[in-house]
Design a protein around this ligand. Sequence first.
Ligand SMILES: Nc1nc2c(c(=O)[nH]1)N[C@H]1C(S)=C(S)[C@@H](COP(=O)(O)O)O[C@H]1N2
Ligand SMILES: [Mo]
Length: 331
Amino acid sequence: MLIRTGRDGFQHPAGSEITPQAVYEDRRRMLQWMATGAAGAALASWAGREAFAQAARPGKLAALPGAKSNVAGAATMEKLTDYKDATTYNNFYEFGTDKADPAQNAHTLKPNPWTVEIEGLVKKPGKYALEDLLKLSAQEERVYRLRCVEGWSMVIPWVGYSLSNLVNRVEPMGNAKYIEFLSQADPKTMPFVGSRVLDWPYAEGLRMEEAMHPLTLLTFGMYGEVLPNQNGAPVRLVVPWKYGFKSAKSIVKIRFVEKEPRTAWNKAAANEYGFYSNVNPNVDHPRWSQATERRIGEDGLFAKKRKTLMFNGYEAQVGQLYAGMDLKKNY
Ligand SMILES: Nc1nc2c(c(=O)[nH]1)N[C@H]1C(S)=C(S)[C@@H](COP(=O)(O)O)O[C@H]1N2
Ligand SMILES: [Mo]
């Protein structure tokens, strides 16, 4: 519920898990942006704020609050996906290939204790306990759209911090050009590890510049709480300008390498899933178009399909990373 206060019409949620200090901070920052004349950005964050305000904590898991982060981009203008939809319609092949499987089967995943091993071309390799990773930088809540290559999307308030905080901490060497992310692959707790759909562990990768981009979120929570198992507890990536499969879940290893790493989906079908996998409405998947998407929760008879945006709506922020690259070849 929103109430209107003050002559400037600034809105903040009624009731309030937000401290007066935070509200004050938000208001002050809002006025500052408006003063800088960044009208587009201010508008986007304004709308995003309403979305945030409407996101009541689901009250299912431990709280993981994050300072609201004003990330410009398509999703900040949109209504949040219902928690229920975001946690019952998932891709997490370690727990089955049906969208309903992860919610049903992932209770066996043990997100605590958890360690992430950092290895390869870094000065400070080692095993990092989840608690230490959580403390490494302040948590932020960022509304990002997740666009699956299968043609659906969601808008989720993720909680985490820019992966660059961690990368800087472990001090990559000059020849570290890529980062490889490996998910847990434990056949005892993950019933479909061993199935032949994919090579296990689930593997993904980013070029160093992509990994260092502030939008790339090392994610520990959503909707103000820790991640549900089916969404990749206790730590996953969210790379909002790429198809969802780049956002590896339940990460146990982060490896700094010199050469472009192979990825799970690239190994499974190289002609369908390239390394970059930037959301691109102009490059079809070999078996279907990528021009439109269906928003989960809006799939009624009259729900319109939405036009997919270049880089999932983050072109202004990330387009430069691919300057001069042929995006049809580097799909
Ligand atoms: N380890 C692992 N990570 C994964 C997947 C997977 O099967 N295993 N699926 C990917 C795909 S295809 C998508 S669309 C997103 C889905 O994230 P969500 O369930 O939180 O919406 O997770 C990605 N990360
Ligand atoms: Mo996906």
